[in-house]
Design a protein around this ligand. Structure first.
Ligand SMILES: NC(=O)c1ccc[n+]([C@@H]2O[C@H](COP(=O)([O-])OP(=O)(O)OC[C@H]3O[C@@H](n4cnc5c(N)ncnc54)[C@H](OP(=O)(O)O)[C@@H]3O)[C@@H](O)[C@H]2O)c1
Length: 220
């Protein structure tokens, strides 16, 4: 996959809070980007808005399954409680793809670690070995991605997958978005990253901010 000149990325549920910031950053970095939605018109409206903000025309908006069909890498950015049903309904279209799972199942009113299996482990088991699931971006605050989208962000991203080659494709995507990516072990470790998100939300509440995130030290 890394030999292909320009990768196409589809963001399933890319119309929400997390998807647009990632989409703009990847479009700026030269990837082909498709916003996916349950409704094609909603996807196109968000794509139009992002294109206008960037002064480009390349971001497309399509219904989720059509977006997936055209993509090399699919990024799941659906609302957390829609994750399992979305994976089940789209799983056949995900065969042969790298699937980046951003899901962190945290109740904002009472942030605490979710029960295993991790959402990305659930996705891998549900889709089967025909797709390679990679967990990433769970600790990245959505609104920070929309800041100065052509500039790097001082943010680290933990990347978990059972497939090391897929994980390193996603390290490149993270870097393409202007963040730092670190391989952090198998998909089972993604449950810890979901729990870390609960810690960051608790810290946001306590310190009255929306910007709590993580930095890795002692590596590289
Ligand atoms: N927000 C953050 O700061 C942040 C940070 C890190 C990770 N995450 C993770 O990223 C994912 C997306 O978060 P978000 O804040 O962007 O979510 P969101 O804005 O609440 O929702 C994202 C999209 O999910 C789709 N959706 C809603 N209900 C659905 C359903 N029943 N079935 C299928 N799709 C549905 C909608 O797209 P359509 O209506 O267009 O289909 C919506 O625009 C979550 O799993 C979250 O844990 C979020």
């Amino acid at each position: 996959m890394s030999d292909k000149l320009i990768l196409t990325l589809a963001l399933v549920g890319g119309t929400g809070k997390l998807g647009p910031g990632l989409a703009m950053r990847w479009a700026q970095a030269g990837y082909r980007v498709i916003i996916g939605s349950r409704q094609a018109e909603k996807a196109q409206a968000v794509a139009d808005e992002l294109n206008e903000q960037l002064g480009i025309e390349s971001i497309l908006g399509l219904e989720n399954s059509e977006a997936i069909e055209r993509a090399d890498i699919v990024v799941l950015t659906v609302k957390q409680d829609a994750h399992a049903a979305t994976v089940r309904s789209l799983k056949e279209g995900l065969h042969g793809k790298i699937v980046v799972d951003t899901t962190a199942r945290v109740d904002f009113r009472d942030p605490k670690p979710p029960e295993p299996p991790s959402a990305p482990r659930y996705a891998q088991d549900e889709i089967g070995p025909e797709a390679r699931v990679v967990a990433a971006f769970q600790t990245v605050p959505a609104h920070r991605l929309k800041e100065a989208v052509d500039e790097p962000l001082d943010l680290d991203v933990l990347i978990c997958s059972d497939d090391i080659d897929a994980a390193f494709e996603v390290v490149k995507l993270v870097e393409g978005a202007g963040l730092n990516g670190y391989y952090a072990g198998s998909l089972d470790n993604a449950i810890v990253v979901e729990g870390l998100t609960a810690i960051l939300i608790a810290m946001n509440k306590h310190y009255d901010t929306k910007k709590a995130s993580i930095r890795v030290t002692g590596v590289r």
